[in-house]
Design a protein around this ligand. Sequence first.
Ligand code: SF4
Length: 373
Amino acid sequence: MLDNAHLISELQTHGMRLVDPNAGHESRRGGAGPSDHKAITIGDRTVMIPVHTAPSFDSPYMVDTPDATGAARVTCNGAEVAQVRFPTRAKFYQLTTAEGVPYSHIATLHSKDVLATTVLQTCIRYESRKKTCQFCSIGQSLAAGRTIAHKSPQQLAEVAKAAVDLDGVTHMVLTTGTPAGKDRGAKVLCESAKAIKAAVDLPLQGQCEPPEDDAWHQRMFDAGIDTLGMHLEAVTPEVRQRIMPGKASVPLEKYFSSFEAAVKIFGRGQVSTYILAGLGDSREAILEMGEKLCSMGVYPFVVPFVPISGTPLESHPAPMSDFMVSVLEPLGQMIARADIRSVDMKAGCGKCGACSALSSYEKLKVPARKVPA
Ligand code: SF4
């Protein structure tokens, strides 16, 4: 049997085939960030595993139909390798707003207790094929009618309250496509956070590009955003240019100055970034960036790239599981040594951790720090 951290890396890179495609709650399809996943619980961790991607159709991992309690057997080439559980469907999905908008079109349940929404489902980077981030499917769920273009602060507050009351959601991720203004999405995050915090006491993560003016960090914090994600996605200039030609126009230096300013407001370990491994950045480049980010107090959330159907990268291979382990194992140790573990984050993707095996590696034994005599 594989240990859980390796099993998560195996499943997240290969994906899984389901005997019953309707098992568990709805899979995520389209939207910002990683997608085409389904949540399953392995040991005490709920993780997101690709199910609608090209590699997952050929995955050696097969998950049986769950029994009445949600438990299911996982096999690899026919041999049992693990037992997993499927979380039950969110209760708030049954509700609609007074105007008839299903709550599930406003926010979705990620993992088992995280509410997530893309506040603006449009993006300046998505409007031309030349500029779009090649991995992103923010427009697909909108085109398919599974979401709405702009979630109003009132709608978000209503859904957040219901998700806390009915499903015990413990934190919320507010991401956004990048609008045209200099705030880069910070303004719409402030408006949303204020309304949600007025309705329910729920830790929030805001995710946007670095705002042009650092004063937005304080405004976001004052509006009720507890943690901030500003996502690099790729770390070397060549990969940034190839994978996200529009967003690569924001120089790395701008990210670093914005991280530094944000850590002063939100605190060490409460600012994070997403890095997609498997798009061409070497192990060394990711770890070098990880070291720099950790020293700044920025949590480097490295996840395996998932080739989402319908995007320009749908045929790009997912990273090998060995590659992920070779990155995540030392990175988990770096994070533990910098004392910015995911478990101490107040809200957000790093805290949720369902899209990566990273947090499992933070728990491994780290050599004790030397105490001065
Ligand atoms: S890590 Fe982020 S994107 Fe992944 S399931 Fe958790 S909240 Fe959603």
